[in-house]
Design a binder for this molecule. Structure first.
Ligand code: MRU
Ligand code: ZN
Length: 216
C-alpha cells in the first residue's frame, strides 16, 4: 500500500490549475521563450507546487507541475523540479505571507537587465502604475528594481537576493541577461507585480530610445 501523501492532493490540483491557466496567458505574450521561465505556488507551510524543469511553459499540463518541500526536495515524485527552485524556496521560507513566485524571460526584461546591469538597479519614479505594487498608494513614490549579475550557481544568486532582502522591501528583481523574478501573496498579486514591472521597464526603454544620443 502507498504511504499517505504529506500534502493535500486537492490543493495541488488547485495550485497546478492556477499555474497552468496564468502561465499559458503569459506564454502567449512571448514571455516564456524556448522552455525558459519557472513558476510556483505555495500549497501549505511545508510544500510548494512548482514547474518541472525544461518543460514548454506555454503548454503546461498537470503532469508538468510537481511538489517540493521548503528545501527544494521532490515530494512523492521522481521528477526534477526547476533548475532555479532555490530562488523560489528562499522567498517562501523567508516570508510566510508570500504565496506565489513568477519568473519570466520577456525581451523587455532581458534588454532592460543588460542596459541597467552596470547601475545595479532600474529606478522607477512618478508612474501611476507604481500603485500596482502592494503598499503603494500614490504615483509620488520610487521603486528600485535591483539587477543582479547572472550565475549558474543558484547558491550564489540566492545569496545575492538574501543580501538585498536584508536591506530593502521589494517585489521583484532582474538578473542580468536572464529575466525577471516577481512575487506576491497570491497568484493575482504576483501577476499584477510581474505585469507592472514589464510595463514600467517597457516605458523606461522607450524613453531611453527617444532621448537624443547626447543625453543618454
Ligand atoms: C531554456 S534556458 C532558461 C533556463 O536556463 C532557466 O533560466 C529557466 O528559466 C528555466 O529553467 P527550468 O529548469 O525549466 O525552470
Ligand atoms: Zn530563467
Amino acid at each position: 500500500m502507498n504511504a499517505p501523501l504529506p500534502y493535500d492532493p486537492q490543493r495541488l490540483v488547485h495550485c497546478a490549475g492556477e499555474i497552468i491557466v496564468n502561465v499559458r496567458e503569459l506564454a502567449e505574450r512571448g514571455w516564456t521563450p524556448a522552455t525558459s521561465s519557472n513558476f510556483s505556488r505555495r500549497m501549505d507551510d511545508a510544500h510548494l507546487a512548482i514547474t518541472v524543469s525544461g518543460r514548454d511553459k506555454g503548454r503546461l499540463t498537470e503532469g508538468d507541475i510537481m511538489v517540493v518541500d521548503m528545501d527544494g526536495q521532490p515530494v512523492a515524485t521522481d521528477q526534477k523540479s526547476s533548475a532555479e527552485t532555490l530562488l523560489h524556496t528562499q522567498l517562501y521560507k523567508r516570508f510566510p505571507e508570500i504565496g506565489c513566485v513568477l519568473h519570466t524571460h520577456s525581451q523587455t526584461q532581458t534588454v532592460a537587465s543588460r542596459l541597467y546591469a552596470g547601475a545595479g538597479h532600474v529606478h522607477l519614479e512618478g508612474y501611476e502604475l507604481l500603485k500596482a505594487f502592494a503598499g503603494n498608494t500614490t504615483h509620488e513614490t520610487e521603486v528600485e528594481l535591483p539587477v543582479l549579475p547572472n550565475s549558474q550557481d543558484m547558491h550564489t544568486l540566492a545569496a545575492q537576493v538574501d543580501a538585498l532582502l536584508d536591506r530593502q522591501c521589494m517585489w521583484g528583481y532582474l538578473i542580468d541577461g536572464h529575466g525577471l523574478y516577481a512575487w506576491g501573496r497570491d497568484m493575482a498579486e504576483a501577476r499584477r507585480h510581474l505585469e507592472a514591472f514589464e510595463f514600467l521597464l517597457g516605458c523606461e526603454l522607450q524613453l531611453l530610445s527617444l532621448q537624443p544620443r547626447s543625453h543618454r
